[in-house]
Design a protein around this ligand. Sequence first.
Ligand code: CS2
Length: 487
Amino acid sequence: MTRLSYRTLSNLPDNVITADIAPASVQVGIVHLGPGAFHRAHQAMYTQQVDKDGCWGISAVSLRSGQLKDALQQQNNLYTLMILDDKPQTAIVSALKEVLVLEQDRAQVMARMTSPQTHIISLTITEKGYCLNNDGSLNLEHPDIRHDLAHPDNPISAIGLLAAALKQRKHTNTGDVTVISCDNLPDNGDTLHGAVTLFADQSDTALSQWIADSICFPNTMVDSITPASDDALQKAAEQVTGLEDAWPVQREAFTQWVIEDKFSGPRPGWEASGAIITHDVQVFEKAKLRILNGSHTALAYLGSLCHLNTVYEAVTHDAMHTFLNTLLHEEILPSVDASDALNPGQYAADILKRFKNRHIHHLLSQIAWDGSQKLPPRILQTVKDNLAANRSIALLSATVAAWILFVVRASQSDTKIIDPMGETLHELVKTHNGHLTNVADALLDDKRIFGELSQNTAFRNTVHSQLRIVAAIDSQNVSQQLAALCQ
Ligand code: CS2
């Protein structure tokens, strides 16, 4: 089959959106670290839609894998975006001008990150990429951070790479660059700013001060349900476009991008493609992390225990839907303040509708990745707030209990636990011979995940009592056990 490329764009049928395709000659103005499916389906499309001056091309930098570079370089870095909804759409995205791999293309990466034409460095590196402690500070003992502190000119972490690039930009007095985290972390810009300045401070306090004074790290909230690409998507894309695409991406029609109005230099006019540029991101970020991502994490672990495979299956399962509604209305929504910008109840109702999108095959097993990193911002922060406000934590604790059981069962079936603590979790289960109560106590003792909650008796007792219920779930009693969790 003919490959997607600038030369074959004219083969595309009229129903494929190509309106915003930029010529290959567009100048790079953005470097993006971590060009996974979410970036390619979300920020790249926002940027492509507004880059009328042709100066916001994206240099995509993979920190580890060369797969994306290999896939896209045969097709001029073009790719297909399939928007799966009742009114499906297909677009060709041309925002990526190159894909670099840090290890292979280090000099080019640094040249791009330090170029006077580069005014945005953005990131989607997932929670684990920030190398943080439970309190959101940089973990100076993290292996990648220790490596980069010892080899500052050869960094392997995003933190070390940003510090090295900003050091060079300080030297050339090109501080008109904004660093934009687009990950699901509380106060993601402030958190990244703190990590990079602390890293720099270990060897160069003047650099740390310059970064603190000169470089903006706006907080953001990003949202669009973007399942991982699979063979089915590749076939569907080819059926629509008639062209081979080695790595198409997919998402729902809904997207949202809220960016704090804090920039060190020029930026794309993202508001023209629907982004919200505001001084108050926190309202949007807290609601999204707790209502959408918190619900996702609850469905991921409880749904897996109930032998459900996708978000759609879980949210259309009566007993699971009742559990989720109860979790939202009794424990999550009360922790999110209403504001002029956002009505939490309506926001939650809209999210449940999005979860019921039958065109989106969003695997619970994908959402279950990195639980040790996702539980704190999505579930445990809400537990802390609810304890302080004397509100229920029963269903939040049931989610934690389901994660504990998920870990035990994965370990006992020798299934890889995709989590930066994966090996540690496996070892812990083995140390306790898979004894559920002992494993639960050992996990709850781990302050890297539970922080101050490790010492909270009410929380620990609630997790244990919910654990006894989730452990009893089998294919015959799912509805009863889910109902029992809500008692
Ligand atoms: C999901 C998120 O995989 C996950 O952890 O909860 O990727 C979620 O789909 C996005 O945050 C939605 O905006």
